[in-house]
Design a protein around this ligand. Structure first.
Ligand code: FMN
Length: 350
């Protein structure tokens, strides 16, 4: 019960801090997108009104390659946010991910805050979520299958967050042994596609090579360049050990673009979702041209959802409009054509 209360308190504080503190690095342009530009074509030879941004992801049709990234659940406040996000995702037909469903493992009451299909039954694509570290907490696969079933998830994320965990609680469960095997064993029994993501510090070449040996269906980069979880945990930390360390590791990790480029190279035939500091349709277009099938944005949607469902819808429409403008300016009628457009590289990654 104590553990459960602490988790719920933490969930609310995470929302508070993400809304009110300076934990977003997207303004500083370190995600890597600034190193690439499209070849602007002033004779695109297409009609703006014929541009089609839709994609199919895990057999679900989305109006654009856009997903509301994994954030929250568990508390009343989280429920309001999740419901607004879900209603907006349903209205615009984009994807949505739930935050860690760990609270559901501890308390049946928490499940309502995740069951967003109760309010948005035509949500096209919903992702469940759990920390991979929880696989070392003696949680049987059966329990995780139940998490998927209870929210009617169409796909499922395990998040990897050793930096966040060690800053959050240096005395907590930091046993990251054998997780690859356990993730792989879960994939074999899962009824839906399973993906692995970070939480804002990126999946490196090394990590991606390890993941490529598993049967996971895809990854989400969650690269450096947006929300910094080391920084969120530093601000939240009560002990000076974690506080000092958290600030020093705020910019630890692999940028979104670097993660994306290696993912494309290493993960053949797997779904690649770009995230981490993505803040507009231009960065989404660049992600697609760099090899992503879709993009996820988190913090901007949290801010919009803290106001209203309409604010979330407006942000989605704005973002898709910007994506469409890029497509117009490079002469791409659809996402497939966009994915083949060359980006001019300002910086060498080889
Ligand atoms: C309030 C908040 C809570 C989050 N909680 C989770 C979580 O429970 N599980 C997870 O996989 N990622 C979580 N994330 C990380 C996001 O999914 C994403 O990877 C990260 O925020 C980087 O994207 P951004 O820069 O667009 O925010 C959370 C992010 C925010 C802002």
């Amino acid at each position: 019960l104590k553990e459960e209360k602490e988790i719920l308190k933490r969930k609310n504080l995470h929302i508070e801090l993400c809304l009110n503190e300076n934990i977003d690095y997207s303004q500083t342009q370190i995600s890597g997108f600034e190193n690439f530009r499209f070849d602007y074509d002033a004779v695109p030879e297409i009609d703006f009104k014929e541009i089609d941004t839709s994609i199919t992801l895990f057999n679900k049709k989305l109006s654009a390659p856009l997903i509301i990234g994994a954030m929250t659940g568990g508390t009343k406040k989280a429920q309001i946010i999740n419901e607004r996000l879900a209603l907006a995702a349903e209205a615009t037909q984009i994807g949505m991910a739930l935050g860690s469903q760990r609270a559901m493992l501890l308390n049946q009451d928490a499940k309502k805050s995740y069951q967003v299909k109760n309010v948005a039954k035509n949500l096209p694509l919903l992702f469940g979520n759990l920390g991979a570290i929880q696989l070392n907490d003696d949680i049987e696969n059966k329990k995780i299958l139940e998490l998927i079933r209870l929210v009617e998830a169409d796909a499922f994320y395990f998040h990897l967050n050793p930096l966040q965990e060690v800053i959050q609680n240096p005395n907590g469960n930091l046993n990251f042994k054998n997780l690859l095997k356990k993730i792989n064993d879960f994939v074999k029994v899962a009824p839906v596609p399973v993906l692995v993501k970070e939480v804002g510090h990126g999946l490196s070449e090394t990590t991606l090579k390890k993941l490529s040996k598993t049967k996971i269906h895809g990854i989400e980069t969650s690269g450096l360049g947006g929300t910094s979880w080391a920084k969120v945990e530093a601000i939240r930390a009560k002990n000076s050990l974690s506080k000092e360390a958290g600030f020093k590791f705020a910019l630890w990790g692999v940028t979104t673009v670097e993660s994306l480029i290696y993912a494309k190279k290493i993960l053949k035939n797997k779904t690649i979702i770009a995230s981490g500091g993505i803040r507009n349709g231009i960065e989404i277009a660049k992600s697609i041209a760099l090899g992503a099938q879709a993009c996820a944005m988190s913090l901007p949607f949290l801010k919009a959802a803290s106001i209203s469902t309409n604010k979330v819808i407006e942000l989605i429409e704005q973002t898709i409009h910007e994506l469409k403008i890029v497509m117009f300016l490079v002469g791409a009628k659809n996402i497939k054509e966009l994915s083949k457009k060359n980006l001019k590289q300002v910086k060498d990654y080889t």
